[in-house]
Every structure is written in structure tokens, then in C-alpha cells.
Design a protein around this ligand. Structure first.
Ligand SMILES: NC(=O)c1ccc[n+]([C@@H]2O[C@H](COP(=O)([O-])OP(=O)(O)OC[C@H]3O[C@@H](n4cnc5c(N)ncnc54)[C@H](OP(=O)(O)O)[C@@H]3O)[C@@H](O)[C@H]2O)c1
Length: 440
């Protein structure tokens, strides 16, 4: 029984996918039953290292998603449009969809999953978060008996690579970003990665699966790594921390009868050296899941790349092919009711707490006038707003200025910001706030 696959895109992920499908030996026997029927690309003239006849290729992607012979569409063109329209058209035409497109899924999940449910088809997205790391299906299936309390992820390889090099080499962000671009580890336009937008897309997807509802992507607070200075990495090191860009989705504490809210945020974070995420380096990704009753589970591995991402794509294709094989074998007809552990639940909207209500520790680096009483003044400002301090140390002194590094205890962000406003307003004591970084 052969299943026909329409591949939209033959770039990094598409060519990795094609290579697996064209080389089934030693893999699951079902790979032999998958046939690449058509490949949609932008340019027919580009040299390709895939051994398929020219007749397989087309620039008419709409013809692929409406082709009655094709069972499964793999969308790996990326971007919002035409990816969204093509996926919706494929669904409308009764085709299952496998996608690696976190941006489109994070923004259009409701539209895509509603259409898929109506049509009785699957939209699977293992490759959209964590590249080759299996995390989507484990959240949907293996961990589904748990109440998930928190997901903390390093889910952007580019920023993890830059922060790892900044730590190892003591270099500045700008220089290492330029080098990462030259080496192909960062895009020419690095915005989505370094400003935390890509990680925000991915944590919105993970939270929707873990908490069983839609997450409005616009409500995910995101800060990137452009402002992380070599000085903060060195301070963090001396305090026993490493700086990582973390994406966090966690249940807020709620009283009985209150609507439960989620904290959804992406930001640079001081991670204690003994936390498992602290040793996730270079382009690797890791997702740390805390659930009840399972406890703490970490998924680690290559978060991107042709082979790893294609591994996840083909796993989704195989999942669908296996279901189709069972259906065809049992001569099932009519509208399919979807397997609730494989389909994505999106019926209710998760409430996201405003960032001012979230609770965390903060590290602050201040440039103060080097005068008696300044440390006391800083402590008083924080105390005025109920912010208690774990440590406060004066470090370097230069040209009449002193650097003061502060670490707070857990505090509601709103109160912390009020204290910071009071500090900043006192120009005669504080010259500059050099850094504010949350602490895990
Ligand atoms: N790269 C990774 O490691 C990775 C990891 C996880 C997820 N993803 C996701 O996977 C998706 C694909 O990424 P990629 O890195 O494989 O991208 P890519 O290398 O840029 O490849 C994109 C492919 O899509 C084709 N394409 C793009 N726009 C098109 C259009 N409008 N019409 C027809 N064809 C079009 C291109 O055709 P031509 O070949 O003719 O230019 C190319 O073959 C994205 O959603 C990305 O976020 C990527």
C-alpha cells in the first residue's frame, strides 16, 4: 500500500526529508511505502542533490495541495504566506499536513486545527519545536496523564550558540553575531532569533499542547539577547550562573474558583550552574518539563539542521501513514474521527498573566555615584516596594562611579519595576541601569 507525499519546499528541511524517503533501508518498513509524488519549489533552475526526475518538480504549489492522488502534504517552505493558504487548501482537499513551520502554527493554530478537525485530517508538527528532539508527541502522548506545571526551554539554537561563545571567549554580542552569520549559524536578518521571537513562537506551541488550549502568540512576552553584555556574563559566572535565553510557560498560582493563568515569557536568564539547562551549549536545544506526577524530565538534542529536522518530519509522515494503512485495511469510509492523542486540542483559550504579575528573581547591575550610603540607598528603594534582596555587592570603582550588582528574592515583576523607577529617578545616586536579567 503506497502513500503519496507532496513536498512543499526542497531547502534545508525539504531535502533532508527527501533523502530519508529515498533511502528506506534500515528504517521503519513503512518508509518503503512512502512515495514522493511532487515537489514544489520557487526555482526550477536551482541545482538539487536529490535524485528525482524533473517531472516531479513544479512551481505550482497549489496544484500539489489539490492533487487528488496525494495523501500527505509536507509543508517546509517556511514563512507565513503562502504557507498558511497552502496548508488550509490542502486540509480543505482532505489531505493530512506535516509542517515544520513554527511561525505559521504559532499564529494560525486555531484556524489550521479547526479546519483540520472539520475535514477529519491531521496537522502534525513535531519538527516545529526543537528540530530533531521528540517533544511534541511526548507532550501530547507519553506525558498526557500529567498535570504540567512548567516548561522551561532553550529552544533557539542561534542564540544559544552566541551566548555559549560569549561565555567561552568573553566576547561582545555584536562581534560574535557577525561571526555566527559568516559561519552560517545566524541568518543575515537575525531579528527572529536574537530578539526572542522564534523562541516565543515555539513556547506558544508547547504551552498550547501542555495546557490543552490556544495561546495568543501576541501575549507571549519576549526579550532577546542584544543587551546581554560580556560584563554580565562574567558577573553571572562569579555568582555561579550562566546566562541562557529561556522560554518559560508555567501555571500561575491560583485560588480555588479563580481562572487559572499562565506565565508566558522569553528572556535572557541567569541559570544556576547545577541546573540541567546550564550545560546545554552551542546550537543544542533542551526542553525541561516539570509535571505531576512524573517530576522533572528533560529532552535534549539538535534543535535544527537538515537531518535532525527531517527526522521529526518523517516521523510525523509515518504516524499518518500508519493510521491510513489501518483505515485502508479495514475499509473504513466516511468522515474520520481524529485520534485525540494525535490531534491538537485548541477548544479553549488559555489566559495569560500580564508580565507585571509574574514572579521571579532579578539580577540588576547599576552604575552608581561612588559615595557613602549608596548601597543603603539602593536597599531602601527596593525595600520601599517590598523587594527583598538576596545579595548586594559593590564591585568595580572607576572615575567616581561604582558598579553595584544586586540579586533579589522572588518578587512580583510590577513591584520590582516600581522600585527600579524610584532608583532611576534618583539621578544624584544612580547614573545608569546597566542590566536587568531574570534569575531562574
Ligand atoms: N532549517 C532548519 O534547521 C529548521 C529547523 C526547524 C524548523 N525549520 C522550519 O522549516 C521550514 C523550512 O525551513 P528551511 O530551512 O528548510 O528553509 P529553506 O532552506 O529556505 O527552504 C525553503 C524551500 O521552500 C521553497 N520555497 C520558499 N518559498 C516558496 C514559495 N513561495 N513558492 C515555492 N517554493 C518556495 C524554496 O524553493 P527554492 O529551493 O526554489 O528556493 C526552498 O526549496 C521553516 O518553516 C523553518 O522555520 C527549519
Amino acid at each position: 500500500m503506497t502513500f503519496k507525499v507532496g513536498l512543499l519546499g526542497l531547502g534545508t528541511v525539504g531535502s533532508g526529508t527527501a533523502k530519508i524517503l529515498l533511502d528506506p533501508a534500515g528504517r521503519h518498513p513503512l518508509v518503503k511505502e512512502l512515495e514522493i509524488a511532487k515537489i514544489g519549489v520557487r526555482s526550477l533552475d536551482k541545482p538539487r542533490d536529490i535524485d528525482l526526475p524533473a517531472t516531479c518538480f513544479t512551481t505550482d504549489l497549489e496544484a500539489i495541495v489539490t492533487d487528488p492522488d496525494i495523501d500527505i502534504i509536507v509543508e517546509v517552505i517556511g514563512g507565513l504566506e503562502p504557507a498558511r493558504t497552502l496548508m488550509l487548501k490542502a486540509i480543505e482537499n482532505g489531505k493530512h499536513v506535516v509542517t515544520a513551520n513554527k511561525a505559521a502554527v504559532a499564529l494560525y493554530s486555531d484556524e489550521l486545527f479547526t479546519a483540520a478537525e472539520k475535514a477529519g485530517v491531521y496537522v502534525l508538527l513535531e519538527a516545529a519545536v526543537g528540530g530533531g528532539i521528540p517533544v511534541i508527541e511526548p507532550l501530547k502522548q507519553s506525558l498526557c496523564s500529567n498535570k504540567i506545571n512548567r516548561i522551561t526551554g532553550i529552544i533557539n539554537g542561534t542564540t544559544n550558540y552566541i551566548l555559549t561563545r560569549m561565555k567561552n571567549e568573553g566576547g561582545d554580542f555584536g562581534d560574535i553575531l557577525a561571526d555566527a552569520q559568516a559561519l552560517g549559524y545566524a541568518e543575515a536578518d537575525p531579528t527572529a532569533d536574537v530578539d526572542g521571537l522564534d523562541a516565543a513562537d515555539k513556547i506558544a506551541i508547547l504551552a498550547a499542547l501542555a495546557y490543552g488550549g490556544r495561546v495568543d502568540r501576541a501575549q507571549v512576552h519576549s526579550e532577546g539577547i542584544r543587551t546581554v553584555a560580556a560584563a554580565d556574563i562574567a558577573y553571572a559566572d562569579s555568582l555561579g550562573f550562566v546566562i541562557k535565553l529561556l522560554a518559560v510557560a508555567q501555571r500561575c498560582e491560583s485560588q480555588p474558583g479563580e481562572t487559572e493563568k499562565l506565565e508566558m515569557r522569553v528572556h535572557p536568564t541567569l541559570v544556576p550552574n547545577d541546573h540541567p539547562l546550564a550545560s546545554v551549549n552551542d546550537v543544542n536545544n533542551a526542553i525541561f518539563v516539570e509535571g505531576n506526577p512524573v517530576g522533572k524530565v528533560m529532552f535534549f538534542g539538535p534543535g535544527a539542521g537538515s537531518g535532525p529536522t527531517a527526522s521529526a518530519v518523517v516521523a510525523d509522515v509515518l504516524n499518518i501513514a500508519a493510521l491510513l494503512q489501518v483505515e485502508k485495511g479495514s475499509n473504513q469510509t466516511g468522515t474520520r474521527s481524529l485520534d485525540p492523542l494525535l490531534a491538537c486540542s485548541h477548544q479553549h483559550e488559555c489566559q495569560v498573566a500580564p508580565i507585571s504579575e509574574t514572579v521571579t528573581r532579578f539580577y540588576v547591575r547599576l552604575i552608581a555615584n561612588d559615595q557613602p550610603g549608596v548601597i543603603g540607598f539602593v536597599g531602601t528603594c527596593f525595600g520601599n516596594h517590598g523587594v527583598s534582596l538576596e545579595s548586594i555587592v559593590q564591585t568595580h570603582r572607576k572615575d567616581g562611579s561604582a558598579e553595584i550588582a544586586v540579586v533579589t528574592h522572588d518578587v512580583q515583576e510590577g513591584k520590582f519595576r516600581q522600585a527600579m523607577d524610584e532608583l532611576i529617578a534618583s539621578k544624584e545616586q544612580i547614573n545608569d541601569v546597566a542590566a536587568v536579567i531574570r534569575v531562574l
